[in-house]
Unconditional design. Structure first.
Length: 182
């Protein structure tokens, strides 16, 4: 049985001041993350995946800058969200930064790397939803976003960001696609 996004969670985003277009994005990311997780056939923490995806951009209630992950994690803690969810929120920036990358970007120096498949699925779903909703693939074929993922990241710097980020995204893509299979 598929995990259902809770209306009270969506309302929590709303009450925190997240814009409706950002909420719509977060819902799409949660739906895509659930779909990907189900396609793996593995016994994954679906609540962590769904809620981590849904709340990943909570920080955009306060800032649209790169620190929105850190700000969102702090807001999430204030709202009583579990640490596993706030960790996803904090680490989703550029797919999980190294300590050095964080310092270069002006974020608190620490390791933001992703530790488990649930986190990777959320980050992968976020990138796929960006590609899908910005019409880089035909809307009738979301599968195209997965098939052309690496090509799109290479050709559109706003998705790949830089070589280190792109390499991380490629690793997640390949790992998850291998689990999903044909």
């Amino acid at each position: 049985m598929t995990y259902q996004i809770r209306e009270e969670d969506v309302n929590l985003l709303r009450s925190a001041g997240v814009a409706e277009d950002d909420i719509a994005h977060c819902v799409k990311v949660a739906e895509k993350a659930i779909e990907i997780a189900e396609r793996t056939g593995l016994d994954l923490d679906m609540e962590l995946i769904a809620r981590g995806a849904l709340f990943h951009d909570l920080g955009k209630a306060k800032t649209r800058e790169i620190e929105h992950g850190k700000v969102g994690a702090e807001l999430g803690k204030e709202l009583g969200l579990p640490e596993e969810i706030t960790a996803i929120m904090e680490k989703h920036i550029r797919g999980g930064l190294t300590r050095e990358e964080a310092e270069e970007l002006g974020l608190p120096p620490k390791d933001y790397s992703l530790k488990n498949l649930e986190e990777k699925i959320v980050i992968y779903a976020d990138r796929l939803v960006d590609i899908i909703t910005e019409d880089l693939v035909t809307l009738s074929s979301e599968k195209e976003a997965e098939e052309r993922f690496e090509e799109i990241l290479k050709n559109y710097p706003k998705y790949g960001k830089n070589e280190k980020t792109m390499t991380r995204y490629f690793q997640y893509h390949r790992e998850i696609q291998q689990l999903i299979g044909p």
